[in-house]
Design a binder for this molecule. Structure first.
Ligand code: GLA
Length: 379
């Protein structure tokens, strides 16, 4: 199947999170940006109840009936391939929300590395939601769109994720970080630190056991909230818990759950400091918080891997790199570094070379710009 004369094209970006990791399911504030790597979907309506999908990069395709989405099977009754769960989940969620869909043919390709912690799946979800919106004649607010995509990932695909990735893909703004409060759902754009470049390093280590490890971390956070909620019903999430109070109860909590909650509580307060630093255009101060965030994800939240630590150590030793940390869920994937503009080329080369020498692995290292959220092209 090829979409011969397309009706439209949607560009949907990946995201990088600068600070606020594993806080989006704990009511915290996150600081992501959409990136200039994206999923491109071309599509055309087909006057039927069938959706024909082609994943160009994977050389795979399948046809789904809009009336049987809940079965997670193709038109011929076979289980959907993993990649098709994302668009199918979004269509399932939109219909459940009472929105009418019509059949279409679509093919998509992506230059967001898959499984690298850069939200290639949220980009597919949000991209297909925009395709459906442009074909079907209804409108949804961006935030609403992001929420429906998140529900699809949680209930259809089975990853109990927060809202950050879908929010960033839907609401990204060029050259800006988008501060997103996952409790109030308020957002605000903040300029990136002046004269700096964001550099992403994909460790090439694919994330393993991501779904179960991610869901386990989430359960640990919930168990600590449940413990404190019994003592004080006003505590509804880790955001309501100060560090002092958490530390005072260390003895009563399972050690791993305590460490994980401690990361979250401290990361939430790091983001508060970071927002002030961004407003003051203090790139160095912001960078220092990125390094502390990484230490905490490694030692307390326990989601780093030695290869990611090596990338961050190399970055820390480079004059001109202001901050570096793993980005996304962890367990493999990528780091993000904040580097002085004039040093960024040298940084990219050095990171690639030293990483290869120390690990024998090839990292894909590239600079990125904060970009706009998913959109029709041209709009
Ligand atoms: C994944 C999830 C997000 C968020 C990050 C960690 O990317 O999809 O919701 O929890 O991990 O910050």
């Amino acid at each position: 199947m090829t979409v011969a004369t397309p009706e439209g094209t949607v560009i949907s970006p990946g995201r990088v999170n600068l600070l606020g990791e594993h806080v989006d399911y704990n009511d915290g504030v996150v600081l992501p940006a959409a990136i200039d790597r994206s999923v491109k979907i071309i599509f055309k309506k087909n006057e039927s109840r069938l959706v024909s999908l082609k994943a160009v990069d994977l050389q795979d395709e399948c046809v789904i009936h809009l009336s049987h989405l809940e079965k997670k099977t193709s038109q011929e009754g076979k289980p959907l391939p993993d990649w098709a769960l994302y668009p199918a989940g979004v269509m399932w969620g939109l219909q459940r929300h009472g929105l009418d869909l019509i059949g279409f043919d679509a093919q998509f390709s992506s230059n967001i590395p898959i499984g690298a912690g850069l939200s290639s799946s949220a980009a597919i979800e949000v991209g297909f939601a925009v395709v459906c919106m442009s074909l079907c004649g209804w409108q949804l607010e961006r935030l609403e769109l992001a929420k429906l995509c998140q529900q699809a990932e949680r209930e259809y695909v089975g990853v109990n994720c927060g809202l950050m990735d879908q929010f960033a893909c839907a609401c990204g703004v060029e050259d800006h970080v988008v501060m997103f409060d996952t409790r109030s759902l308020a957002s605000q754009t903040l300029p990136l630190p002046p004269a700096t470049t964001l550099v992403i390093a994909d460790s090439s280590l694919r994330r393993s056991l991501l779904t179960s490890a991610y869901n386990d971390r989430r359960r640990d956070c919930e168990s600590v909230v449940a413990y404190f909620n019994q003592l004080d019903p006003s505590i509804r999430s880790l955001r309501d818990l100060g560090e002092e109070r958490l530390l005072a109860h260390e003895h009563a909590l399972p050690p791993a759950a305590f460490r994980h909650a401690r990361h979250v509580v401290e990361e939430i307060s790091r983001v508060n400091q970071a927002i002030d630093l961004l407003k003051e255009k203090d790139a160095r101060g912001f960078g220092r918080l990125m390094f502390s965030s990484h230490d905490s994800l490694r030692d307390l939240f326990e989601v780093s891997r030695p290869e990611l630590d090596i990338l961050v150590d190399i970055a820390a030793g480079f004059d001109g790199c202001l901050g570096s940390r793993l980005t996304g869920a962890g367990f493999g994937g990528s780091t993000v570094s904040l580097v002085l503009d004039e040093k960024s080329d040298a940084f990219i080369h050095q990171l690639r070379d030293l990483y290869q020498k120390q690990t024998g692995l090839q990292a894909v290292v590239f600079s990125t710009r904060a970009s706009r959220g998913a959109h029709l092209n041209p709009d």
